[in-house]
Design a protein around this ligand. Sequence first.
Ligand SMILES: [Zn+2]
Length: 426
Amino acid sequence: MIELGLEKRQFGHRARLALRPAEACKADEQAHAARTLWNLLHAWWRMMPKEKRTLANADAAIRQARKDIGFLAALPAQAAQAVLKTYYRAWVNCWEGRAEAPGFKSRVRSVMSVDIPQGRDLNIVRVHRRWGMANIPKVGRARFRWTKDLPVGKRADADTRITGARLVKDALGWHIAFRVQTVEPQPGPHSGPEVGIDVGVAVPIALSDGSTRTHGEWLTAREQEKLLRLEQRAARRKQHRKPGERTSRRLHRTYDQIQALRAKAKRRHLDWQHKTTTRIADTYSTVVVEALRVTNMVRSSRGTVDRPGKNVAQKSGLNRSIHAEAWGRMVVMLGYKLARRGGTLVKVPAPGTSQRCSVCGVITPGSRESQAVFVCKNPDCGWSGNADHNAARNVLHLYRMGLALIPAAGRAVARRARRVKPAIAR
Ligand SMILES: [Zn+2]
């Protein structure tokens, strides 16, 4: 089907949905049903003996649950199937060492979302310069903000089309995230230089060529002040609540305001990440990063012997998870943006990059004078300089030594995943 010199590309596009209150309620119900279904599935999975954990059995259990529990019917059948698929994929990711085992989803902490697995169900039409319309199963026809040219109507074909979507709710309301597939000319070779990148201590991103990528605060001083005030107000109201008493409307409203401010900060952060990674992918042909296991990184805020904690303050508490998540997201962005431009993202094993002197190559524990300054303990060298750039140069050095990781899971793990596979080959 695809001509020579062309390649398939998949990406996501997120748009804000304009739902009427009643429609938003229906979407809420669907998301709650999807979460409940996930939890039922997880309980079932844990209860079943290993040999009975097949996709066919899980499917039967889901059908039974949808008959027995009334409010699960709010969820379209396709979306229920998608929950099962996602749940199974979560296990495969766990078996292949990419993620932790799936668990129960709590009402407060999990993101509200509903899958629309079939793109053709959406029936998307552009109705205005700024608005599109799409069918949301069991909700109805809804408007969404048209901010990107989507392949719909005559512009869609077997290769270029919308393959599905997902409804996602955040503090600003319901959004629709489209899965788009296009065919594009294969990029020529990238002519830019190589670069190593390290997550800095003093700066967010340090590059091996001595440059940095920085950002300011995500919220303005006034917004930060407002956030603090709201948080204090929420804490005060929570204090006055008697045990077992329902959360008041006023407290709920304060929570919503806090959420909205945090969502604003997150959006600005995302925007910065996109701009920064695009510029890096435009400039450099090969980008080398440390292969950090995000889950490990979160766990050891103080660090290990071969990698003493960086950003200990940033990595404690809530900030810690945000920080690790943010870097993980940047690596993902760099990966696909470089691939589109004919460049490559390379991961190298992490240990020792913060203790090795990038000038003489000697590794001495404790060479880090402070968090920001590196001082070489080798008496013949004695070089000192910015610790972040030193680490970034070491990352690049590891790649030039041929230490790049091959992006493949361990064989034993892959075999384990294959053994379970026959169950989903339907
Ligand atoms: Zn040295």
